[in-house]
Design a protein around this ligand. Structure first.
Ligand SMILES: Nc1ncnc2c1ncn2[C@@H]1O[C@H](COP(=O)(O)OP(=O)(O)OP(=O)(O)O)[C@@H](O)[C@H]1O
Length: 616
């Protein structure tokens, strides 16, 4: 079954300050605690076009989620909607479906080609994701609705040509949209616009699009229907509200839904030293203590490579995701992860432009503490945007499918970043586990081989996270590994870490970037023409810049607790309880690389194919 639906709609105010700022808006909240006929509503009951209902059924969506139940009828009724709903609650379909329905209706009476909907998103990955959703939901009316996504990877000429036929829907970042409205021969005309959607509204301003958004707001015809979707109601959302709704008041949907029994994220925290993080992560993955697919968040790009090279020492395969990698590669990694080709993604969520919410958090903390704590907080220069793609933030909005666990190998620097990170698991009513490593102050710097991550303030950040989660009624539980058992693996950790030198990391980073750039170019040129080949391209190959130590790839029996794997952990929350020890955990994979289906793949297509010109 795709998902279980949440049954209870209980509004709670998770963010009182932001709520206060929104006080002028007309508010509609879900206020029932028992199952109502409304909760039993189907997509057809919401008044959607039959072709859309059919497409939704094809997606195996059994029932609309809360946000869909609430937002779709309002949007179909032509209302401006400002909607706050938790990560992974199905906000995309909540606006895509009514927009598609509206377009189909308008086109049934007037088929003149015109761009009727503009969907603004903060990142190119999200543009891609929304585009794919539109493709899926318009599967049964594909000839009646055409959508395009604009990215700066396309030349101006290509963008002009895409827009010249007046697609019904344009998906874009604000910068790209404004570029095509104002420059690029005014390729994008907004004269006939009927719908404006701001997705991930809480992120649009913090990603630095304020000028583009302000400019766009003056080019958009008055009186069009505007829908804003957000995971949080921040001061930024309030600013956007003023820019786009001006004097009108949108209907505010503030949907805070509790997790139903057995749903949601189990949040755990393990206090450990910096080097112990490496010990625990080795034990978790080499002995397969985590069920299913996992995203591991680290503090910066170098840490991605340190961890990947460290895993490589033990024969554990993983992919990397960060802002430095070309966008085609990033999109491909996410797609393949969603197709279950990879189990582990190591992501650095290194974007450090602090949004107002984060700034307020930090400022509040500084006010609450004395001068000593000011010295301890991270230096201002570190808050600058990380090098790389400014439109990127891996923990934000991307729909990673079926993520069983999120591991904060390095704690994020803000509570809202934590919320976005853990929101990658337990999506659409599923369950998930989030485990965070926290380095207590007294253990800080008592480590050997590792570069310093963001651990100096871990305990303070954890306190803020705990407070924010408590406001949402969520608890973060301590989780303790069995120290004696885990310690038996320490010398192997040390062996592995010694091989992962700074030089090896530097080389790995350069090599991976070079390879991914090459792949990305080839992806663009070749795979557009041969989409089926795309499946063979892998991103989890060994980097091999660190000294290889074959013996580390095996786990000798004497290291395993007699009682089985569960003896390593304090229980089985989120961890696989031992039934029978899987010998494969300790044995080397034989033969070639495994394909998505588990078979042995013949060769790397990148080494064998040549980009071909199309012959007529
Ligand atoms: N009614 C439904 N039934 C089952 N699955 C659904 C339903 N609606 C959406 N989903 C699935 O739930 C997942 C999350 O949806 P979506 O990405 O729209 O969430 P979101 O609220 O936009 O999350 P975020 O805030 O992180 O961007 C997707 O994989 C989507 O296919």
């Amino acid at each position: 079954m795709k998902r279980k639906l949440n049954e209870n709609d209980v509004p709670t105010s998770a963010e009182p300050e932001a709520d206060q700022q929104m006080a002028n808006a007309e508010t509609t909240t879900a206020a029932t605690t028992t199952t109502t006929p409304e909760e039993e509503a189907t997509f057809a009951d919401l008044g959607l076009d039959a072709r859309l209902v059919q497409a939704v059924a094809q997606q195996k969506f059994l029932k609309p989620t809360l946000v869909q139940r609430k937002a779709i009828p309002l949007a179909l009724d032509g209302k401006d909607v400002l909607c706050k709903a938790k990560t992974g609650s199905g906000k995309t379909a909540a606006y895509v479906l009514p927009v598609l329905a509206g377009i189909l209706k308008k086109k049934s009476v007037d088929s003149t080609a015109a761009t009727m909907a503009l969907i603004l998103v903060p990142t190119r990955e999200l543009a891609d994701q929304v585009f794919k959703s539109i493709e899926l939901f318009s599967a049964f009316c594909a000839k009646d609705v055409r959508a395009v996504k604009l990215t700066d990877k396309l030349t101006d000429a290509v963008q002009r040509s895409l827009l010249s036929t007046c697609p019904d829907i344009v998906i874009s970042t604000p910068a790209r949209a404004w570029h095509n409205v104002n420059g690029n021969s005014s390729a994008l005309s907004l004269d006939k616009l009927s719908y404006l959607v701001l997705d991930e509204a809480d992120l649009l301003l913090s990603y630095g699009y304020s000028e583009d958004l302000e400019s766009l707001s003056w080019s958009i015809p008055k009186g069009i229907q505007t829908i804003m979707m957000s995971a949080t109601l921040t001061t930024e959302v309030d600013s956007l509200k003023k820019i786009f709704y001006r004097d009108q008041q949108p209907t505010l949907l503030d949907l805070e839904e509790p997790d139903a029994e057995g749903e949601g994220v189990t949040q755990l925290v393990t206090k450990c030293g910096e080097d112990e993080k490496f010990l625990l992560i080795y034990v978790i993955f080499k002995l397969q203590l985590v069920k299913g697919k996992c995203i591991i968040f680290v503090a910066d790009i170098d840490r991605c490579y340190r961890l990947k090279l460290y895993f490589e020492q033990f024969g554990i395969r993983s992919c990397i995701l960060n802002s430095e990698l070309p966008v085609n590669s990033r999109i491909h990694v996410v797609e393949e992860f969603n197709r279950n080709v990879y189990d582990i993604i190591i992501a650095s969520d290194e974007k450090e432009v602090l949004g107002n919410e984060e700034k307020a958090e930090e400022e509040q903390e500084e006010e609450e503490n004395d001068g000593e704590s000011k010295q301890e907080s991270r230096p201002k220069k570190k808050r600058k945007a990380a090098k790389g793609d400014v439109e990127y933030g891996v923990s934000r909005g991307i729909d990673f499918k079926n993520v069983a666990a999120v591991i904060n190998f390095d704690l994020p620097t803000s509570a809202s970043s934590y919320t976005h990170r853990i929101g990658r698991t337990a999506r659409a009513g599923r369950t998930g586990m989030a485990l965070s490593f926290v380095v207590p102050k007294d253990l800080y710097r008592k480590h050997i081989h590792t570069s310093i991550a963001s651990s100096e303030n871990d305990e303070k950040i954890l306190a803020r996270i705990t407070k924010q989660q408590a406001k949402k009624g969520k608890e973060i539980k301590p989780y303790n590994f069995n120290k004696d058992q885990v310690d038996a693996f320490r010398y192997r950790m040390n062996d592995a870490l010694r091989a992962v030198t700074k030089v090896a990391i530097r080389e790995a980073r350069t090599r991976e970037l070079r390879q991914e750039l090459l792949k990305s170019e080839k992806l663009k040129r070749y795979f557009e023409e041969n989409p089926s080949e795309m499946n063979h391209l892998r991103h989890d190959g060994e980097l091999r810049t660190a000294r290889q130590q074959a013996h580390l790839k095996h786990v000798p029996d004497y290291l395993l607790p007699k009682e089985g794997r569960q003896a390593l952990t304090a229980g089985d929350i989120g961890f696989v309880p031992l039934k029978k020890f899987d010998r494969r955990a300790g044995t080397k994979r034989k033969g070639g690389k495994r394909s998505a289906k588990g078979g042995v793949r013949k060769g790397d297509p990148l080494k064998t194919f040549k980009a071909r010109r199309k012959t007529k």
